[in-house]
Design a binder for this molecule. Structure first.
Ligand SMILES: NC(=O)C1=CN([C@@H]2O[C@H](COP(=O)(O)OP(=O)(O)OC[C@H]3O[C@@H](n4cnc5c(N)ncnc54)[C@H](O)[C@@H]3O)[C@@H](O)[C@H]2O)C=CC1
Ligand SMILES: O=C(O)[C@@H]1CCC=N1
Length: 271
């Protein structure tokens, strides 16, 4: 396997960097001793060292020098500055993976020395529990093997697909941001049951498991979601009453518009 013997580095150990490091180490694809991470914020490095046992440093150069594959997990707004600090240590022997929302491959490649192998990935926060949904797209100097490595890394913490770069904004609006649309749904469904008298803990377990079960059915039965909805909805029963309320509040339009707006923001970040 092509990842064998390779070392993995992370620049930025915030929410997404940490989720990926923990998920990837848990998956066993890299041993913690083969993972290097750097950040300016020492408490997040200390936490990672403690919880995942990876090598940590406040010096990005240490991550770059020790790693074959370097994941850039900093905010889109500071990506250029971070690249400027590491570009001279990155030769054609290393692969760079950017997870920054919106920032285009051509703009990333331009900041590096010519020939730098770059792949862009949009993961999501569920990497922590090995259920991320990620999409990758290949830069002009990256090889098929590089894409396979990226698919293997992100596939180890969920599912990963390859898409043309012009669809990365759509992916960002859907699966990159998507967990944040579902957490309030879980909370609000639980609130409804608490209103009806169920205790909070039980309500949250039932709400989250309901979302998990519905997602699993959508993935595994290969049945259209509309048909799955019909399976729950007895004539003159309870579910259709709930569906009517959701339609009155414009649930479909709200979710569609959320994905579109988030995609628009991703496009703005790329300008
Ligand atoms: N949070 C999420 O669910 C997702 C985030 N992303 C992308 O991941 C990237 C990181 O996002 P988050 O983890 O949410 O942000 P965050 O703010 O939690 O983490 C960014 C980290 O970068 C560190 N940092 C700042 N300057 C640095 C420097 N010069 N050198 C090294 N580290 C430095 C910060 O101290 C911080 O720990 C962003 O580009 C975002 O678009 C992508 C998919 C999902
Ligand atoms: O909100 C953001 O900008 C990042 C990118 C996708 C999820 N979180």
């Amino acid at each position: 396997m092509s990842l064998e013997g390779k070392k993995l580095g992370f620049i930025g150990t915030g929410k997404m960097g940490s989720a990926l490091i923990k998920g990837i180490c848990n998956a066993g694809l890299f041993s913690p001793s083969g993972v290097y991470a750097s950040d300016l914020y020492e408490p997040s490095l200390d936490e990672l060292k403690q919880s995942a046992g990876v090598n940590v440093s406040t010096d990005n150069a240490a991550t770059v020098i020790n790693s074959d594959i370097i994941v850039l997990a900093v905010k889109p707004q500071i990506l250029k500055k971070v690249i400027a600090g590491i570009k001279e240590d990155i030769g054609s022997d290393k692969l760079v993976i950017s997870i920054a929302a919106g920032v285009k491959l051509a703009d990333i490649e331009r900041e590096f020395n010519e020939g730098t192998r770059v792949i862009r990935v949009m993961p999501n926060i569920a990497a922590t529990v090995a259920e991320a949904a990620s999409a990758i797209t290949q830069g002009s100097n990256a090889s098929k093997e590089d894409a396979e490595d990226a698919l293997a890394i992100f596939g180890s913490v969920g599912s990963a697909i390859q898409v043309p770069e012009n669809l990365m904004d759509a992916v960002t609006g859907l699966s990159g941001s998507g967990p944040a649309y579902i957490f309030p749904v879980i909370e609000a469904m639980a609130d409804g049951a608490v209103y009806e008298g169920l205790d909070r803990k039980s309500a949250l377990v039932l709400a989250a498991q309901t979302v998990l079960g519905a997602a699993k059915m959508a993935l595994e039965t290969e049945t259209h979601p509309g048909e799955l909805k019909d399976m729950v909805t007895s004539p003159a029963g309870t579910t259709i009453r709930g569906i009517k309320v959701l339609e009155e509040y414009g649930i479909r339009s709200a979710f569609m518009q959320a994905v579109i707006e988030s995609s628009n923001r991703s496009k703005e970040l790329g300008k």
